[in-house]
Design a protein around this ligand. Structure first.
Ligand SMILES: Nc1ncnc2c1ncn2[C@@H]1O[C@H](COP(=O)(O)OP(=O)(O)O)[C@@H](O)[C@H]1O
Ligand SMILES: [Mg+2]
Length: 249
């Protein structure tokens, strides 16, 4: 007799009817409108959409940095909307990584100290093998003792991603991580993220405006006016451009 496969969550994070409103009266904005979307484990996903379509709001709510107005958002099977502030802080520290467009590195610390800082603050010992693999993947072995101002923008941003990866989070959210980079640095950064997913099993969700950047990922989810409107699986630059064109972008 063939038993049914056990029910497992294949999503590292997902939302159900995620709705977010800001302000009231004349300043009222519906930033997210009943978004139901999931991001699979061990995949590199991209969120695209016009400026103001809700991409950052979706990421912030999914990462527990902001709260939904209604609906739910989960990391694995943990519903963030039912957690206390203290529990959310722990969840962000232990299970979620975040990379912003601005690198947010500490200028007085070396690259290596920046990478391990969150773990030191949490008084946790990094998994040495994992950390070595992450550091090797960043490709900065000869610059680990350099401070951020001695690194290029691309190198700084790779340090920021390595910092997000150091605790081996279940998912990393990266909001326009290549937004401040020239095309060469951007390419190195995307190759690094691709490697982190394909070879180290990391799960990454990234926001980008760039169809070529999106082509490094496994799947692109499109938002428009706060709604999940389209997706492209195994994106090529051409497929992404064509989907953007259909959306009127
Ligand atoms: N803190 C906030 N207060 C008020 N409105 C906001 C806030 N954050 C975002 N918004 C509004 O929500 C909508 C979605 O914004 P955002 O998620 O930043 O879009 P995107 O990242 O796709 O550019 C926009 O209309 C924006 O002005
Ligand atoms: Mg944004």
């Amino acid at each position: 007799m063939v038993l049914p496969a056990p029910v497992t969550t294949t999503y590292a994070a997902h939302t159900e009817n995620a709705t977010k409103v800001f302000g009231s009266g004349e300043t009222y904005v519906r930033a997210l409108e009943a978004v139901t979307v999931g991001f699979e484990r061990g995949r590199f996903s991209t969120i695209m959409g016009p400026s103001g379509s809700g991409k950052s709001t979706l990421m912030h709510c999914m990462a527990g940095l902001d709260k939904l107005s209604s609906g739910s958002t989960f990391v694995a099977d943990v519903d963030l909307t039912s957690r206390s502030e203290k529990q959310l802080t722990e969840l962000r520290r232990d299970r979620i990584g975040f990379v912003f467009q601005a690198f947010n590195l500490i200028p007085t610390l070396t690259a290596l100290e920046n990478i391990t800082l969150p773990m030191s603050l949490a008084r946790r010992e990094p998994d040495r093998d994992w950390l070595d693999a992450v550091i090797a993947a960043v490709g900065l072995s000869d610059r680990l003792k350099h401070r951020p101002h001695e690194l290029s923008g691309g190198q700084q941003q790779r340090v920021a991603v390595a910092r997000a990866m150091a605790s081996r989070p279940e998912i990393i959210f990266a909001d326009e991580p290549t937004g401040n980079l020239d095309s060469r640095s951007s390419g190195e950064m995307l190759a690094f993220m691709r490697h982190a997913v394909s070879d180290l099993g990391q799960t990454i969700v990234m926001v980008t405006h760039d169809a070529t950047a999106a082509s490094f990922s496994d799947r692109v989810v499109f938002l428009a006016d706060g709604c999940f409107v389209n997706e492209v699986v195994d994106p090529s630059t051409e497929k992404v451009l064509s989907a953007m064109h259909k959306m009127g972008a």
